[in-house]
Design a binder for this molecule. Structure first.
Ligand code: AHG
Ligand code: MN
Ligand code: MN
Ligand code: MN
Length: 332
């Protein structure tokens, strides 16, 4: 029997960020501070998520966002909390959020970074105690420091992200992020109020035996996607779909698998949003050794045109993404 106490929790997120920063002699520490601010936002949203049923912030808010979705109260709360944390932090000059039509200015024009975010991912799972998350994507601004940020700062393209990640509010709360040098995962220790390094250097298995998609859309999927899913079933693969992108992605990241949100007749661009859902997860998956494709190109290579743009996505283990693409391409 292993003595479970022999392995005390070690590196805090703060210490890890500082250690990483010292590997880059020209780093000024501003990105490090921004990452810490995002972690703080994650802790605050975690608190709200945990007590949602007690303080009457479950349920619908009674408003639609620009995507035509019914906002949940927690969508709104997470959005406000996240923005407030970044305003107080001072490193981000502007924010783009799923829940707001246009750029949100933080008032910190001296900030060098902009952040695109999905404050609360998995809206439909809020009220039923199923895992949900927060997704973020960071760019260094292209407009001069000291001026107001513009659309160009957000529409740089996925390869220009300097960092991306998510917080998963699951059976435990985790922060997973990349700054383009691999992927690291941290687990939140409630009683200490700290994220601790729990999963250094995360790599996704090359292949997997799990597919994640909403099979309710089966008859709306392209024939080639149905053919791929049929092959998965003939091989006895597992179907796993939580309906919270972050949670489905996280499981596949660790166990191997593919997440699909294909185009349908009704939604030819799929559902997921490029800037704050697909780009950040695509950077993470590439950094973990997997792939993220739209069916036409790598997600990170898609030219962004507008803020709330959507794109189809096939993301996960390299071999599985390649296989679904080869079927899709053969169909054309
Ligand atoms: P959000 O809650 O941020 O609007 O995102 C919802 C997304 C994503 O979390 C999930 O994977 C997907 O919607 C589920 O969509 P379907 O219900 O169409 O399967
Ligand atoms: Mn939504
Ligand atoms: Mn989402
Ligand atoms: Mn959301």
């Amino acid at each position: 029997q292993e003595n479970v106490l022999a392995n005390p929790v070690g590196t805090t997120l703060d210490r890890y960020i500082m250690r990483k920063q010292s590997e880059f002699p020209f780093a000024t520490g501003e990105l490090s501070q921004l990452l810490r601010d995002i972690a703080l936002a994650g802790k605050i949203i975690n608190r709200e998520v945990n007590r949602a049923g007690l303080i009457d912030i479950a349920g619908a808010f009674g408003n639609q966002n620009i995507q035509g979705e019914q906002q949940q109260k927690l969508d709104v709360v997470a959005n406000i909390r996240f923005i407030r944390a970044l305003k107080n932090g001072g490193q981000a000059c502007a924010i783009l959020s799923e829940e707001e039509d246009d750029i949100i200015y933080t008032g910190n024009d001296q900030g060098k970074y902009v952040v695109a975010m999905d404050p609360l991912d998995g809206s439909s799972n809020i009220d039923v105690n199923v895992s949900i998350g927060t997704i973020f994507s960071i760019y260094r601004r292209v407009t001069p420091v000291g001026t107001q940020a513009t659309r160009e700062d957000f529409l740089q393209g996925g390869r220009k992200q300097v960092a991306a990640g998510y917080v998963l509010y699951g059976s435990s709360t985790m922060l997973v992020y990349t700054t383009g040098h691999g992927v690291a995962g941290f687990t939140y220790e409630n009683s200490l109020g700290e994220f601790f390094l729990s999963h250094p250097e995360i790599r996704i298995p090359q292949d997997g035996a799990t597919f994640s998609c909403n099979e309710g859309y089966w008859y709306q999927y392209p024939e080639s996607i149905r053919a791929y899913l049929t092959t998965c079933k003939q091989r006895g693969y597992s179907g796993r779909y939580i309906g919270s992108l972050v949670a489905d992605f996280h499981r596949n990241l660790f166990k191997g698998g593919i997440y699909l949100y294909p185009p349908t007749e009704k939604t030819p661009e799929g559902k997921l949003r490029l800037l704050y859902e697909c780009y950040p997860l695509a950077l993470l998956i590439e950094q973990a050794g997997g792939q993220a494709q739209s069916g036409h190109e790598a997600i990170l290579d898609i030219e962004p045109v507008y803020f709330h743009q959507r794109c189809p996505i096939y993301v996960g283990s390299t071999d599985m993404v390649k296989e679904v693409l080869s079927l899709a391409n053969a169909a054309h």
